[in-house]
Write a protein of this length. Structure first.
Length: 307
């Protein structure tokens, strides 16, 4: 029942989808913080903490990229049983107690706390502490999410550029020097297989920052065309993408870095990515105006692939 005193080491930023690991801690977790997948009885799930993992967890603080699909298996010589990872979430511990997902009460730089990847398995899984296991991620699903996440970042930069004429006041610049519409207006970002859905708030606070909302709805076709022309150029250029990281611990800072024809873009990001925009095969967005609980919103659906 010893909880780890350091962060889980993660290998997914290095594009790993499998690897050996040691079970550091397990405990049954029950509660509303867990996503109900219909597979769990009232017995809860077994949270499994490993020393190192290739499995990308969802972060309750900014849940843009969801969990990897994976299995954890005991080495063949020790029986070879395997269990599905039903969910994989960022958790934290102060050495006394494990807090899962939204239940984490502190921020990531808090002294005395470790941030760990909690693999949630069926409650009946048998994984004594000290067991050597192999974690195997569904590589096809991962590749599709990586394409979607890279597409999302490229689209946000292209959207910022297309929206630049609408700013009347100085605002924070994005990684390529355009006014950062994405940062100023983002409400939610959801990474999907081969794409993403971003929702931006066109509210009073955005107007106050100096963004001109008037006429945007009628102008959406032109904005979409401008975004898509930028993206087509970038894909054609085959811009390389890499993940820079300060270290291999879960909370070490990581960045998406893309060498675009217009300069090198660097965005703080904890997700997974492809190695080049050329891998996407194509990239385009669809913009629609709408409303969410009385607030005008702009919805951007980004798709990697050919239209
Ligand atoms: Zn990201």
């Amino acid at each position: 029942m010893t909880l780890p005193v350091s962060d889980t080491l993660v290998t997914y930023p290095a594009a790993q989808t499998a690897g050996a690991a040691v079970v550091l801690h397990t405990e049954i977790v029950i509660g509303s913080q867990l996503i109900d997948d219909g597979q769990t009885s009232d017995g809860g799930k077994l949270a499994v903490l490993l020393d190192v993992t290739p499995c990308h967890p969802v972060d309750a603080g900014w849940p843009d990229q969801g969990p990897d699909r994976a299995v954890i298996r005991i080495l063949a010589a020790a029986g070879g049983q395997q269990w599905p990872v039903l969910d994989c979430v960022v958790a934290a511990t102060n050495g006394q107690k494990l807090f899962i997902g939204a239940a984490i009460p502190v921020s990531k730089d808090t002294e005395g706390w470790s941030f760990v990847v909690a693999h949630l398995l069926p409650a009946e899984a048998q994984l004594p502490e000290g067991t050597v296991v192999e974690v195997v991620v569904d590589a096809g699903h991962r590749a599709a999410l990586s394409a979607g996440h890279t597409a999302c970042h490229a689209a946000s930069l292209a959207l910022n550029r297309a929206m630049a004429p609408r700013w009347s006041k100085e605002t924070r610049a994005d990684a390529l020097g355009s006014p950062d519409f994405d940062a100023a207006a983002i409400a939610s970002s959801t990474i999907q297989e081969h794409g993403s859905v971003d929702v931006f708030r066109l509210n009073k606070s955005l107007r106050r920052k100096g963004f001109t909302v008037e006429g945007l709805t009628g102008d959406l076709a032109a904005v979409s065309a401008a975004v898509n022309a930028t993206l087509a150029n970038w894909v054609l250029a085959g811009s390389p993408v890499r993940i820079e990281r300060d270290g291999d611990a879960l909370t070490d800072r990581r960045y998406w870095v893309c060498s675009l024809p217009d300069g090198e873009a660097r965005i703080a990001c904890g997700g997974t990515h492809v190695a080049s925009l050329a891998e996407l095969g194509g990239l385009y967005v669809d913009l629609t105006a709408g409303e969410d609980q009385g607030t005008a919103v702009l919805r951007m659906v980004t798709t990697a692939g050919s239209p």
